[in-house]
Design a protein. Structure first.
Lengths: 116, 115
């Protein structure tokens, strides 16, 4: 168990809908990362938060948004869902950003999103 | 652009034997960090081993070791005494200061350990 909790584990929804994925980082970790894993694109970085503020943005669509709350949990909101958004969405957390020495990212078990 | 390439989509090895997974990367940065992650069927991403680019000594974690060749931009993972529980997808990844700390992953290698 990595200590990172993601809910729900599975989600099936229809095209055009909106969903919210939730992530609770390991106790004490300030950085939260969201990644999308799909068969064709592999693991893609979406967005990073550090202590409540957005720190880096990757290949995140405008239909997607995220935030990190004062208690450090994070939510990823996906709207106007399309079939191609079906993927495994991972949250990871670390004490400090990964570009600092001796920092490790711990991953949750992911949320499997299926858009039908 | 920073890229990570894993040229072996699938590999298999007999239990107790040794296998090496390849990874190459492209970057103009001088200081960065390299990682190997394991993703078993449970889909949990688990850190296997980490290497700082400024360290010449290759990292080792029990049965797992790396061969880091900075000039060649190569970072291979050697698994000794393979066990059935090593069956998983293995991802090579790296980050550097300019990436703001996020990880850039390769496409992965599916390793099957056969009894």
């Amino acid at each position: 168990d990595s200590g990172v909790t993601q809910t729900p584990k599975h989600l099936i929804t229809a095209t055009g809908q909106r969903v919210t994925l939730r992530c609770s980082p390991r106790s004490g970790d300030l950085s939260v990362y969201w990644y999308q894993q799909s068969l064709d694109q592999g693991l893609q970085f979406l967005i990073q938060y550090y202590n409540g503020e957005e720190r880096a943005k990757g290949n995140i669509l405008e239909r997607f948004s995220a935030q990190q709350f004062p208690d450090l949990h994070s939510e990823l909101n996906l709207s106007s869902l399309e079939l191609g958004d079906s993927a495994l969405y991972f949250c990871a957390s670390s004490l400090s950003p990964l570009d600092r020495a001796n920092t490790e990212a711990f991953f949750g078990q992911g949320t499997r999103l299926t858009v039908v | 652009a920073q890229t990570v390439t894993q040229s072996q989509p699938e590999m298999s090895v007999q239990e107790a034997e040794t296998v090496t997974l390849s990874c190459t990367y492209d970057t103009s940065e001088s200081n960065y960090y390299l990682f190997w992650y394991k993703q078993p069927p449970s889909r949990q991403m688990i850190l296997v081993i980490r290497q700082e680019a400024y360290k010449q000594q290759n990292a080792t974690e029990n049965r797992f070791s790396v061969n880091f060749q900075k000039a060649a931009k190569s970072f291979s993972l050697k698994i000794s005494d393979s066990q059935l529980g090593d069956t998983a997808m293995y991802f090579c990844a790296f980050n550097y200061g300019g990436s703001q700390g996020n990880l850039i992953f390769g496409k992965g290698t599916k390793l099957s350990v056969k009894p």
